[in-house]
Design a protein around this ligand. Structure first.
Ligand code: SAH
Length: 374
């Protein structure tokens, strides 16, 4: 496999790391502060633009570092709905980033906030049966810089600030743990992007050991669990990760999380017709949500080309919601029309990479045999 080494980007480096590099180059430490300011506060797209650095130093920095590694390939959607950015990476692969305007139903935000849904990996190894991201398998982790640059690219393109971040794009963030943590620190820092930790939500398919680890991370980020099944048999069918970390283990991790953290947990629950939308599942979900004091976001399934799953009727969605609400669980149901919402992340990239011949068109037949596989 060809592994084109990523150019090292300043967007993934802390001031301490920049300083170490500057000193290693035999330059005075104060240059590091200037470099960090140009990188984050002024967001220069090129080291050449760092005009208070001597020309010779700029040249030397350019030999080792860059400030951009990706470009906006396409933008779809409009300013008052969601805008999907397909970003082309240095190695020709693609990731998606979705900007979602005012939406009172979104995690911890007020209704005038702009939320960006970012990717953490190219592809995904977790093979959830309903999800487009994993259809072509896992390619690679994003670097911390590539995670951070998604925000930088979108803000530059739109001229708008992002107030909320959700790690709900392509990939499993907790499977890219150290890069995720480095990116969150940079995104949160005053010298960096400056987004409050409480305005960042990491979403996971349920990697119990990493949830334990994340519970000790000092920043008060939020955690969302992609539950999608309230019992092991239902979850096993659609999320192979459940066979590795069954619900008992996952909930053990969530209890540990709650013991250490102040923020409420969120459960995401995609409603898929005849798979997890029974009222029995709703009752079990209510019990589970209460057990760890979690809010529930119900998301009607977005159909994916090549996959057979469907969203249930609106009456059925409302009935499911009613069971939760009457059990005293805080729950919301996304009622947007159409399928153009953040949760469908992964589909654009799949089309692009398939059309360019980077990946083979996935064979859905292999993936929809529920209960099969490893
Ligand atoms: N791997 C992480 C983050 C990426 S997925 C996780 O599993 O949480 C972000 C959310 O989108 C998850 O809840 C995922 O289950 C959901 N999702 C994936 N495909 C979807 C689809 N077709 N319709 C609706 N939601 C989907």
């Amino acid at each position: 496999m060809i592994d084109k080494k990523a150019p090292q980007s300043l967007l993934g480096m802390t001031p301490g790391e920049v300083e170490a590099l500057i000193k290693e180059m035999g330059e005075p430490g104060f240059r590091a502060k200037q470099v960090v300011e140009w990188t984050f506060a002024r967001r220069v797209a090129d080291i050449e633009a760092m005009t208070n650095l001597p020309k010779a130093l700029r040249e030397r920095l350019k030999e080792r570092l860059v400030t951009r590694t990706m470009s906006v390939a396409t933008v779809s959607g409009s300013a008052d709905t969601t805008r999907k950015f397909l970003l082309k990476l240095h190695d020709g692969r693609y990731v998606e980033t979705v900007l979602i305007p005012a939406n009172p139903a979104l995690y911890g935000g007020k209704s005038d906030r702009r939320t960006l849904c970012v990717s953490s990996q190219v592809g995904c190894a977790y093979d959830c049966k309903f999800c487009a991201s994993g259809l072509a398998g896992f390619t690679r982790n994003l670097t911390a810089a590539e995670i951070v640059e998604q925000i930088v690219q979108v803000e530059a393109h739109t001229g708008e600030r992002v107030d909320n971040l959700v790690f709900m794009g392509m990939g499993e963030p907790l499977a890219n743990f150290s890069n995720l943590i480095q990116a969150i620190e940079i995104l949160n820092a005053e010298w960096g992007i400056g987004i409050g930790a409480r305005h960042m939500t990491v979403s996971t398919s349920g990697l119990a050991p990493q949830i334990h680890k994340l519970a000790d991370f000092p920043l008060q980020i939020r955690l969302a669990i992609s539950l999608h099944g309230a019992s092991d048999p239902v979850r096993d069918q659609i999320m192979p990760v459940n066979r590795k970390y069954p619900l008992a283990e996952l909930f053990g991790a969530l209890e540990a999380w709650n013991a250490k953290r102040k923020q409420f947990l969120t459960f995401e629950f995609i409603l898929i017709e005849d798979v997890n939308d029974s009222l029995d599942q709703a009752r079990m979900l209510a019990k589970r949500a209460r057990s760890v004091n979690a809010k529930v976001n119900l998301i009607p399934y977005n159909t994916v080309d090549g996959l057979p799953w469907k969203r249930p009727s609106e009456q059925r969605q409302e009935a499911f919601l009613a069971v939760l609400t009457s059990a005293g669980v805080t729950a919301t149901l996304r009622r947007e029309k159409g399928h153009d919402i953040a949760a469908a992340c992964g589909q654009l990239r799949l089309k692009q990479e398939t059309s360019e011949g980077i990946i083979e068109s996935p064979i859905p037949e292999k993936r929809i045999t529920i209960g099969g596989g490893n």
